[in-house]
Design a binder for this molecule. Structure first.
Ligand code: PMP
Length: 446
């Protein structure tokens, strides 16, 4: 009870301190230029190049224009922002036409599931469409805690906390927990949200070769003692390549070097393990072997947001102090209710997980037999077809689209230019017939 009373004061105290620091910084920055600007206003204005105050001259925008203008000169249609007219699962509707769809990570077909929809609607009827406050200060609803308790029990750990965005979960968690005296080691293919979090933390960042636990061990031998806390970050299934780390090896290394281990299960929850409990179930490991379990609600769980699961000291800490939780609104009850229902349904229907795994394996085997370069994919829901250039990937996606198949090209800079690809997300709803038709078209088009 006493902690509950302290909450608003604590939040307000931190916020006040941050505001105070920001104000002081602004005042310091403003002090020198303002006296000069007052002395020679016209001269000062002329010195400022246009690209410093016009968005159309921003280097990022300029680069985007070059790519888009080049593509339209080559007659390539923009493959992004396609408008889906209904629920996107193994099939979808775009521009009035039906497509076999591989561009949505609706792995267990929970988005669009009648029970999941009913749970979301019931939550709206009861709680409205927004909680209208941060969880800490009036935004908490029972469905938030039910979802978090269910997630914690899935991992066999103390507790969990949900954030309104998966991306923000990584940014805020890593950004808050680590600092300039710490080291973060990550797989070279780690998701952007992890990189952003490390940047925010100010910690030293070192990538290691993809899935190479020996390379990680060597870095730790060499560097561990120069830092205070060390975090190792992996993904359960790598989102662009569809392979996974040898988790027991990484756990042994993190224990030996006294480091923290974080695993992002965005693409492995619902996909790995006989019940879909993720990479820990796949390897038959204890949930407590990993310090920070992270996942998203946007894939298997048919919602939007992210979670962190682990020991009480971690979760409680983040709930009181991680800025992306503390200073952000609570998740809409309808979203929490949808993900909760999807999670409960996943537990009740392991056959959906088994079908997904069988379809992923089938697609991978057939693609390999057809001579398609699937890289290192292990056939767990994410299978790339590596084309070798962004132009080839875009052309191939356009051709498949003309034949009723929607698949997203992944282009530079999301992946290196030489490994541009089409990325196939497999769902438990895809039929073998759909998968075979896709591979046949892919084979003839490449
Ligand atoms: N982690 C990984 C590995 C991802 O692939 C993604 C995005 N799909 C995220 C985090 C961010 O999740 P969200 O899209 O739910 O914000």
């Amino acid at each position: 009870m006493s902690t509950v009373k302290k909450l608003p004061g604590l939040a307000a105290g931190i916020k006040d301190k941050l505001i105070q620091q920001a104000l002081e910084r602004k005042l310091r920055q403003a002090a020198a230029p303002s006296s000069q600007a007052l002395a020679r206003p016209a001269e000062k204005k002329a010195e400022i190049p246009e690209e410093h105050y016009r968005f159309h001259l921003h280097p990022g925008y300029q680069q985007l224009r070059i790519i888009n203008d080049g593509a339209s000169r080559l007659g390539i249609k923009n493959p992004f922002f396609k408008l889906h007219e209904g629920t996107a699962g193994a099939a979808t509707q775009i521009g009035g036409n039906g497509y076999i769809n591989y561009a949505s990570y609706n792995y267990l077909n929970m988005s669009g599931d009648p029970d999941v929809i009913a749970a979301a609607k019931a939550a709206i009827d009861r709680y409205g469409t927004s909680v209208s406050a941060s969880r800490l200060v009036s935004g908490e609803r029972p469905v938030h805690r039910e979802l978090e308790t269910e997630l914690a029990s899935l991992y066999g750990v103390d507790d969990a906390v949900t954030f309104v965005s998966g991306h923000a979960t990584n940014v805020s968690t890593i950004g808050y927990l680590f600092g300039p005296r710490d080291l973060v080691l990550h797989d070279e293919l780690i998701h952007n949200s992890v990189l952003q979090g490390i940047q925010l933390s100010g910690a030293r960042r070192l990538p290691f070769r993809h899935n190479d636990w020996e390379a990680l061990d060597a870095i730790l031998q060499d560097q561990r003692h120069q830092f205070e806390r060390v975090l190792i970050v992996l993904e359960g299934i790598y989102s662009m390549d569809g392979d996974y780390p040898d988790l027991p090896r990484f756990v042994e290394i993190k224990q030996r070097h006294r480091a923290f281990l974080m695993v992002d299960e965005a693409h492995s929850l619902g996909v790995m393990g006989s019940r879909g409990y993720g990479i820990r179930e796949h390897f038959g490991m204890d949930g407590k072997d990993v310090d920070i379990w992270m996942g998203t609600l946007s894939k298997t769980l048919a919602g939007c947001g992210g979670y962190i699961a682990g020991e009480t000291a971690l979760v409680e800490h983040l709930k009181f102090l991680a800025p992306g939780f503390l200073y952000s609104v609570g998740m809409p009850p309808s979203v929490a209710a949808a993900s909760l229902e999807a999670l409960r349904k996943m537990k009740k229907l392991p056959e959906r997980v088994a079908t997904l795994q069988a379809r992923g394996k089938f697609f991978l085997e057939q693609a390999k037999a057809a001579g398609i370069n699937t890289g290192t994919s292990m056939g767990f829901a994410v299978v790339p077809a590596i084309t070798g250039s962004s132009l080839k990937a875009t052309r191939l996606a356009t051709e498949l689209f003309a034949h009723g198949i929607n698949v997203q090209p992944i282009l530079y800079p999301a992946v290196p230019e030489k490994s541009a690809r089409l990325r196939f997300f497999i769902s438990c709803q895809h039929s073998e017939e759909q998968l075979l038709r896709t591979i046949e078209l892919l084979r003839t088009a490449t």
